[in-house]
Design a binder for this molecule. Structure first.
Ligand code: NAD
Length: 415
């Protein structure tokens, strides 16, 4: 479904915003490239005794504002180009919410759904040791993304610690609580979506109580966003996974749906509701649409069908630039990925701070600080959007790129 090459798409948005901000060419040229890219091909013993060679990447886009931060994706279709694009989005995301990080991303081309726990552990440990020359708490700090989870982070932390000869809690975030994880991390991205959805609804004078929401995806981000939106009064009318979606205009019972998915492996066919395709789901009538699955879901072809008044981009890059223009023309209020799904990196930052200080916070403290950061970032992006008369995505890019350019200016060029 990709309409343009993924990194080109992000780089051209960055370039356009740099021009709008009248930045020096050097700043634009630096942001249009990734600073460091590592490709690794490494062997993993499979359960049947054979050996397979896997390919992985770790890309650091920019670390002007601090150590690089970004998830690790395990997916059969992931590419170096996509990893670059995701790394660049991380640089911007950290700058929008004003946390002292640069951006990075990692990936391994594999299908974790078809691998045993033993195979996944061996793959993860070998990948971690291959990229250990780049990562570290003061350099580049991975976290979970699609296809990886807290267990994978614990294996990376353990492998890195074995290589160092002592425990290094701060090398990854999104870890289990017992090995330096943060309370509130698992649901943090979804919580950030909920906070921005509420602020967007307020901006558009939509009563959040009883507002209807459609969520694409049923993973970490989608599930936590759906639960928190429902807990705060929204009616979740549709939800989907990779096999399709389920729709009930009266509202879905999320607990029953979770159990149904556990039993059957999908949300499709859930009782008292209508099955819909992912394309149909995106065009359902609702106040708030949360694409929280994968990229390139709202494209030129289906953007005119979107009926939502607000889009909260839980996923990274779910909307293509062509689709964005159509949504803007149709008056849809889009809270862009680098703001809407920044809750995860914010609590990852809190986790890293807690690891470095060896002092851990309560869940209430984490949620309170997350809300404070998200509200402040939303307010700053909205202000930029109003003062510069641009949409929220351009405003978020402008705010982020201005912060990065100011940091580049302050640091200068060495030597
Ligand atoms: P996940 O693996 O937990 O969930 C992904 C979900 O997407 C699953 O429910 C899967 O069934 C669904 N899916 C896969 N292919 C699909 C398709 N073709 N159509 C519809 N649904 C499909 O991943 P996640 O961590 O929830 O991440 C989801 C998105 O959010 C990704 O874009 C990720 O980069 C982004 N994100 C995640 C975090 C985080 O903290 N996990 C933070 C920021 C952004």
């Amino acid at each position: 479904m990709t309409e343009t090459n993924a990194f080109e798409m992000v780089a051209s948005r960055i370039g356009a915003v740099c021009d709008k901000l009248k930045l020096k060419d050097t700043h634009r040229l630096r942001l249009e490239k990734c600073e460091r890219e590592l490709t690794v091909n490494f062997p993993v013993r499979i359960d049947d005794g054979t050996v397979k060679v896997f390919t992985g990447f770790r890309v650091l886009h920019n670390d002007t504002r601090g150590p690089a931060k970004g998830g690790i994706r395990y997916h059969p279709d992931v590419t170096l180009d996509e990893t670059r694009a995701l790394a660049a989005l991380m640089t911007l995301k950290a700058a929008v919410v004003n946390i002292p990080y640069g951006g990075a991303k990692g990936a391994v081309i594999c299908n974790p759904k078809l691998m045993s726990q033993g195979e996944l552990e061996r793959l993860t440990r070998r990948y971690a040791s291959e990229i250990s020359i780049l990562i570290g708490p003061e350099r580049d700090i991975p976290a979970p993304d699609v296809g990886t989870n807290p267990q994978v982070m614990a294996w990376i932390m353990d492998t890195y610690s074995v290589l160092k000869g002592y425990s290094v809690l701060g090398v990854v975030t999104g870890k289990p609580i017992g090995v330096g994880g943060s309370r509130g991390r698992f649901g943090a991205t979804g919580r950030g979506c909920m906070v921005t959805a509420k602020l967007a609804a307020k901006q558009l004078n939509i009563d959040f109580q009883g507002a209807t929401a459609v969520v694409q995806g049923f993973g970490n981000v989608a599930c936590s966003a759906a639960k928190l939106l429902a807990a705060d009064g929204c009616r979740i009318t549709a939800i989907s996974d990779s096999k399709g979606g389920t729709y009930n205009p009266k509202g879905l019972n999320l607990e029953s749906l979770l159990n149904y998915k556990k039993q059957t492996g999908s949300v499709v066919g859930f009782a008292d509701s209508e099955s819909v395709t992912n394309t149909e789901l995106l065009a359902l009538p609702c106040d708030i649409l949360v694409p929280a699955a994968i990229e390139d879901q709202i494209v030129k072809a289906n953007a005119p069908d979107v009926k939502a008044r607000i889009i909260i981009e839980g996923a990274n890059a779910p909307t293509t630039p062509e689709a964005d223009e159509i949504l803007n023309d149709n008056g849809v209020f889009v809270v862009p990925d680098i703001l809407a799904n920044a809750g995860g990196v914010v609590v990852s930052y809190f986790e890293w701070v807690q690891d470095l200080q060896a002092f851990f916070w309560s869940e209430d403290e984490v949620n309170h600080q997350l809300q404070r950061v998200m509200e402040s970032a939303f307010g700053e992006v909205l202000e930029m959007s109003q003062s510069e008369k641009v949409d929220m995505r351009n405003a978020a890019y402008m705010l982020a790129i201005k912060r990065i350019a100011d940091a580049m200016e302050a640091r200068g060029i060495f030597p």
